[in-house]
Design a protein around this ligand. Structure first.
Ligand SMILES: [Zn+2]
Length: 60
C-alpha cells in the first residue's frame, strides 16, 4: 500500500509520520516541539500563525 507523503506546515519537510490538523500535516518533530513549546515562546506564536493561515484558507 502506498503511503501518502505530506508537507509539514511548520518546517515544510515531507514525511508520513505525524498528525493532521484541518487536513494539514504536522510532522512528528514539529508536533513534539509544539507540545513542549512554552506559550510565551516566539516559536509558539509562529505555530499559531501557521495554523491560523490554514484555518483561514479552509474557510475562504
Ligand atoms: Zn515539521
Amino acid at each position: 500500500m502506498e503511503r501518502d507523503n505530506h508537507s509539514c506546515i511548520v518546517c515544510g519537510k515531507e514525511g508520513t509520520d505525524g498528525i493532521s490538523i484541518f487536513d494539514c500535516f504536522v510532522c512528528r518533530n514539529c508536533e513534539q516541539e509544539m507540545v513542549t513549546t512554552d506559550a510565551r515562546d516566539d516559536r509558539y506564536l509562529f505555530f499559531i500563525n501557521q495554523m491560523r493561515k490554514i484555518w483561514l484558507k479552509q474557510n475562504a
